[in-house]
Design a protein around this ligand. Structure first.
Ligand SMILES: [Zn+2]
Length: 165
């Protein structure tokens, strides 16, 4: 089990060397099915176990940057929480009312962990620091990684970096 997890992390690290991080490719490299299909309004994505296979689905109706963040969030659940998964887990990550995101079967702490890990994967620390040191603005760095400026703003704060503008 430990070896398997190490391999997963090593695989993802390989994809994390590119900007933007090819998140769909990283997911598929782990043997997870990745689907982008229209889902109900407010739904951002889900992870489920179908027979012995994991499937990550993101809502095609959401913007590409949101789709990427959702994909990374579900990937994080796979890495850290898949043993807790019974059937599936649906996320409403961008719903303005946080109480409408039903985390079952996970807890809020799992959601927090998944968001942290998603940020770590999509916005690798060393390159964010490099681009920031080069004077790039929050928006420019966000574009480089194909994430939302809001997500990059939080990432810079987490890394203790003052935005260049
Ligand atoms: Zn979640």
């Amino acid at each position: 089990m430990a070896d398997e997890e190490l391999t997963d992390v090593q695989l993802i690290s390989h994809f994390m060397r590119r900007s933007p991080v090819p998140i769909a490719q990283a997911i598929e490299a782990l043997g997870i099915d990745y689907r982008v299909v229209p889902m109900a309004d407010g739904s951002s994505g889900k992870i489920e176990k179908v027979n012995d296979r994991y499937v990550i689905t993101v809502n095609a109706n959401e913007s590409p940057v949101r789709q990427r963040f959702t994909a990374a969030h579900e990937l994080a659940h796979y890495l850290m929480h898949r043993d807790l998964l019974v059937h599936g887990h649906m996320d409403r990550l961008f719903d303005p009312d946080p109480m409408t995101n039903p985390p079952a079967p996970f807890k809020r702490s799992h959601e927090y962990q998944a968001n942290q890990t998603a940020a770590n994967i999509l916005m690798p620390k060393s390159r964010v620091e490099t681009y920031h040191a080069q004077g790039m603005t929050t928006r420019q760095i966000a574009e480089r990684f194909e994430v939302s400026p809001a997500a990059m703003k939080i990432r810079l704060e987490t890394l203790g970096l003052k935005p260049n503008g």
